[in-house]
Design a protein around this ligand. Structure first.
Ligand SMILES: C[S@@+](CC[C@H](N)C(=O)[O-])C[C@H]1O[C@@H](n2cnc3c(N)ncnc32)[C@H](O)[C@@H]1O
Length: 438
């Protein structure tokens, strides 16, 4: 299964999560432990793919990219197990890969695979206890990404950031009624004793969760008391500081992960949701109706072209902009293969265009929070500089909403970092439209 996932990522540029879900759906007989192993193999090997391939290449007599793609993924998976999965016996990792290669490519290629993997098994035996995970993480990132991270976070920050991306941050639960969070923590612990639940240290709504199985089966989900939302994503929605009675626009609402929290905050006010994709808005409407937090209106809009049918004036606007997603490397390691440096210029132009367009809809004195799941300056400070140059009526002002206001220590820009905050990586900025002068 893991080999099929890697093959689909390589060959079809498939998203690893979607390819894995499809494989799991095709094999309903697998138990939870096997599913977890397939996930660990696929995600784990994608996280360190470049390092694994450079180890393999030392022993391969021909370039890895000239091999049959199926042989290549079996070699990668076996090497991952040899170095990183101590509970898989080394002979088993080698023989599984060699049999898979033999079945498809015949005995000659299987002998080639066997020779390489046996050498690597001996090396792994000697090295496994002293692997330098930070160095491996850095070597596994494309050089352009490391340079960009180092320019954004400093050299040590970039290394710590990539080291943290070797494991996924915990999943998040967002309990809408913050005063019920402790009670839900107890109930969830009782319902899934095998899981690890703890209060999120940042958002007053957050419970962090690991290893609790399918969250949809836990109490509280079906009745809409809580939903799945990573804690950093909650911090972004709360950073807007929406209050009862506000009229708010969630300008890039997607499927509405943040819209629901905004709707909770405005009470009798209103939240409108916009996005490029009508299909996402349909899902948003369905899910938020289920949660009794339906938006006032939804708009399919391409902000790079115009404001479409959106005419209102808003007290607050959230621009959760399309971005490189490089803040989510721990969760989406296929981004290492998918992203290229030229993406940053294209995305930052789009980010500037979306903010400058949506700012037209902001009331004087109103607040706009810009957010991306990226920690790169190209999508952070540099975008803000361009927005301020294009829109002299906007100015940076400290965040109003907690916990962003405290985390930013009175500043108007904030980075959430996996190795510091235990969330995905994000950049946020808080802008206010100057009141009109006559
Ligand atoms: C980072 S995602 C937002 C995710 C969403 N806020 C959430 O919390 O799930 C960015 C969104 O921007 C939308 N988008 C991309 N380009 C756009 C454009 N030109 N105009 C409007 N929306 C756009 C994408 O469809 C995507 O849903």
């Amino acid at each position: 299964m893991a080999a099929d996932v890697l093959l689909r990522v390589d060959r079809d540029q498939a998203f690893a999560a979607a390819a894995l879900d499809a494989e799991i759906a095709r094999s309903p007989q697998l138990d939870a432990r096997d599913r977890a192993l397939a996930t660990e193999l696929a995600y784990g090997s994608l996280r360190v793919r470049r390092w694994l391939e450079s180890r393999l290449q030392r022993h391969a007599t021909r370039p890895l990219d000239k091999l049959d793609p199926r042989v290549r993924v079996h070699l990668v998976l076996a090497t991952f197990q040899l170095f990183f999965l101590e509970r898989v016996p080394k002979f088993a990792a080698v023989s599984e890969a060699v049999s898979a290669v033999r079945a498809v490519n015949g005995p000659k290629v299987a002998a080639f695979a066997n020779a390489i993997l046996r050498k690597l098994a001996r090396e792994a035996e000697a090295e496994v206890a002293s692997l330098d995970l930070e160095a491996i993480a850095v070597e596994s990132a494309p050089p352009w990404l490391f340079s960009s991270l180092a320019a954004s976070l400093g050299d040590a920050g970039a290394r710590a950031y990539l080291r943290s991306a070797l494991t996924a941050p915990p999943n998040g639960i967002c309990v809408y009624a913050a005063n019920m969070r402790d009670a839900w923590l107890e109930r969830l612990r009782e319902a899934a004793p095998q899981g690890e639940f703890e209060l999120g240290p940042l958002s007053a709504h957050a419970i962090r969760v690991r290893g609790a199985g399918r969250p949809h089966d836990l109490p509280g989900f079906a009745e809409g008391a809580w939903t799945l939302q990573e804690e950093g994503s909650q911090v972004i929605a709360l950073a807007l500081g929406a209050r009862a009675g506000d009229v708010v626009l969630d300008a890039c609402a997607g499927r509405g992960n943040k819209t629901a929290l905004l709707a909770s905050a405005v009470g009798a006010g209103a939240v409108d949701a916009a996005d490029l994709h009508p299909s996402k808005l349909a899902r948003l409407r369905e899910e938020l109706t289920r949660l009794a937090r339906a938006p006032r209106a939804t708009y399919a809009v391409d902000w790079s072209v115009g404001a479409g049918a959106v005419e209102g004036r808003y007290h607050r606007i959230l621009v959760d902009a399309p971005c490189s997603g490089t803040g989510t490397l721990g969760r989406r390691p296929d981004l290492y293969l998918r992203r290229a440096p030229e993406d940053l210029a294209r995305l930052s132009a789009l980010q500037v265009a979306i903010v400058t367009r949506t700012a037209d809809l902001l009331e004087p004195g109103g607040r706009l929070v810009y957010a991306v799941c990226s920690v790169l300056r190209e999508e952070g400070e540099q975008v803000i500089e361009k927005i301020l140059a294009a829109r002299p009526d906007l100015e940076l002002q400290p965040f109003e909403g907690q916990p962003a206001a405290d985390l930013a220590k009175g500043e108007s820009m904030l980075r959430l970092l996996p190795h510091v905050h235990g969330t995905d990586g994000y950049f946020l900025a808080s802008l206010v439209k100057r009141p009109a002068t006559c």
